[in-house]
Design a protein around this ligand. Structure first.
Ligand SMILES: [Zn+2]
Length: 356
């Protein structure tokens, strides 16, 4: 068994308990690792650091109204607590000079983090809608910049207007209240993906190799399905957890990309699981049908995908996220080629030429 990370003194008896601690939405739960017996539950708001790191090697944590003390001997544990709970920051560093404004901000941060903890504790399903949308946009923009730093973006006005117009009509039909921005990147792979904050990325190879406009519309509708369900934000939150939240909420945007890593690991983190893909497929088809547009493009694009499977890792994300099995996805999204075309002929021509 690993060495206990902390000691707990109950303030009544002289006994030392070997302990560990975890944070929930509102409490520090101090427990015996040996049998999970809960020694104390301290409201996070009432926990404070006694002493400081300059005078004591290991400052202890106390709780208002109690004589009990928690000594976190493990540096990593102190770091976690300090990072999660701003008013316990003294556990690892000398206190920074803080004015009233900073203190007020810290209190807000604690309140926000309480909500996020709760969300993360109970699954990231709930976390994304709770993350302020402006921060989701910031996150998406950071990721976009990182992923496309060495690539050429296409600027054909009419083509971009066509794909952005349809994207926003689809999102609106889903009741999504925020604007969608579609970027087109010159070249390959044949792929498209969605980033937090309603940011969609299409590679021009996908547009070029599509058999008709309904395939592009189908892929677009599928990606809008991801956007309106906040899948990219949920995925990143699940992957990077509270660390990412902290950097976003505290405004450390420049650190965000550092947390996320570079292109390869970002793409892996953005891979959608089976359930997300199924949701996006179903939502995409439903949105096209709701607007009375041709909805056969998703399945026909998947059929085309079956014929040429991508080899490189970068292509194994986005629309290529390969589960559930493609045959199953084709069966679930199969539709007759009925309804209005999603793009007019001139829109489709403009979109084909968006990079020229
Ligand atoms: Zn997808």
């Amino acid at each position: 068994m690993a060495a206990p990370r902390a000691r707990f003194y109950d303030g009544i008896t002289a006994q030392v308990h070997l302990a560990d601690v975890r944070a929930t939405a509102s409490e520090l739960v101090i427990y015996r690792p040996a049998d999970s017996f809960v020694l104390a539950r301290w409201p996070i708001a009432d926990a404070f650091v006694l002493g400081d790191i300059e005078h004591e090697g290991v400052p202890s944590v106390a709780c208002k109204g109690s004589e009990a003390r928690l000594v976190a001997d493990d540096l990593e544990l102190r770091r976690q607590l300090a990072q999660l709970i701003p008013h316990l920051a003294k556990l690892v560093a000398p206190p920074a000079p803080a004015g009233g404004r900073v203190a007020a901000f810290a209190a807000t941060l604690v309140a926000l983090l309480g909500v996020f903890w709760f969300a993360v504790d109970y699954g990231s399903e709930f976390a994304a809608p709770l993350l302020p949308y402006s921060l989701q946009v910031k996150l998406g923009e950071s990721v976009y910049d990182e992923l496309t730093a060495d690539k050429d973006e296409c600027h054909g006005k009419t083509g971009l207007a066509a794909i952005n117009g349809l994207a926003n009509r689809l999102a609106h039909a889903a009741g999504y209240e925020h604007p969608i921005t579609v970027h087109v990147i010159a070249g390959g792979p044949v792929n498209a993906f969605t980033l937090p904050g309603g940011i969609l990325v299409f590679f021009s190879d996908l547009i070029d190799q599509a058999k008709d406009s309904s395939q592009v519309a189908g892929v677009l509708a599928h990606e809008i399905g991801h956007a309106v369900h906040y899948h990219p934000t949920k995925g990143l939150v699940r992957q990077f957890g509270i660390d990412l939240m902290l950097k976003l909420v505290s405004g450390g945007y420049s650190d965000v990309v550092g947390t996320l890593g570079t292109g390869g690991s970002l793409l892996l983190a953005l891979r959608n699981g089976r359930a997300f893909e199924r949701d996006a497929d179903a939502t995409g088809v439903a949105l096209l049908e709701k607007l009375e547009l041709r909805a056969d493009g998703i399945a026909s694009f998947f059929e085309q995908m079956l014929e040429k499977e991508p080899a490189d890792m970068a292509a194994a994300t986005g629309i290529w996220s390969s589960h559930p099995p493609t045959a199953e996805r084709i069966a679930a999204t199969k539709r007759l080629p009925v309804g209005r075309p999603a793009f007019t002929d001139s829109e489709w021509r403009a979109l084909r030429n968006v990079c020229k």
